[in-house]
Design a protein around this ligand. Structure first.
Ligand code: SF4
Ligand code: SF4
Length: 167
């Protein structure tokens, strides 16, 4: 998170703090971050305590854009495209299920279209979410959408009823 770099790669977090800012639910020891509740160490462009950041989740978390050989195009960097992708987050009928989270209230249409096409071309069911706003505050719970065959959509509903953590 924050200033992370990968070996033998060109992509870097470089000013992105989307994961630190709670757009993916994270549990930094002693603090739970979610949309609207960033980690208290996030400066909005990095980590105020980078050298002492914990192993989990900070040093281990790698979003889909930062992965080595990520299929996501350059423009889909989370702080630019306003979407964070978690590849292979779940499995359904032997297929990898990807999850896309908004960095902001909702995923912009261009990025969502790209992800839906990618899901169809590669046979990867997709889940994406949208933030719920109440009294000007983003809520911890989010709306959940599924892109795939009807049986997959039913499965996602079931997962939600069962309280399965989707991201
Ligand atoms: S969301 Fe991805 S690119 Fe942005 S800081 Fe986190 S790991 Fe780095
Ligand atoms: S401690 Fe630093 S790297 Fe970890 S979530 Fe907070 S701001 Fe990000």
């Amino acid at each position: 998170m924050g200033r992370k770099r990968r070996k033998a790669q060109t992509r870097q977090c470089d000013g992105c703090t989307a994961c630190c800012d709670g757009w993916v639910r994270i549990d930094v020891p002693g603090y739970e971050a979610w949309p609207g509740h960033p980690c208290p160490y996030s400066t909005g462009s990095g980590c105020a305590d980078y050298d002492n950041r914990p192993e989990f989740p900070c040093r281990r978390f790698v979003c889909g854009w930062l992965l080595p050989d990520s299929p996501l195009p350059e423009w889909m960097k989370p702080d630019k495209a306003r979407v964070m992708v978690l590849f292979n987050q779940l499995q359904w009928q032997g297929l990898p299920v990807d999850v896309a989270l908004p960095v902001g209230k909702r995923i912009p249409p261009r990025a969502l279209r790209w992800l839906q096409q990618f899901a169809e071309q590669h046979g990867r069911p997709l889940i994406w979410t949208e933030c719920i706003e109440e009294n000007g505050q983003l809520q911890k719970d989010q709306l959940v959408y599924a892109w795939g065959p009807p049986a997959f959509q039913q499965q996602v509903q079931l997962w939600q009823q069962q309280g399965v953590q989707l991201w």
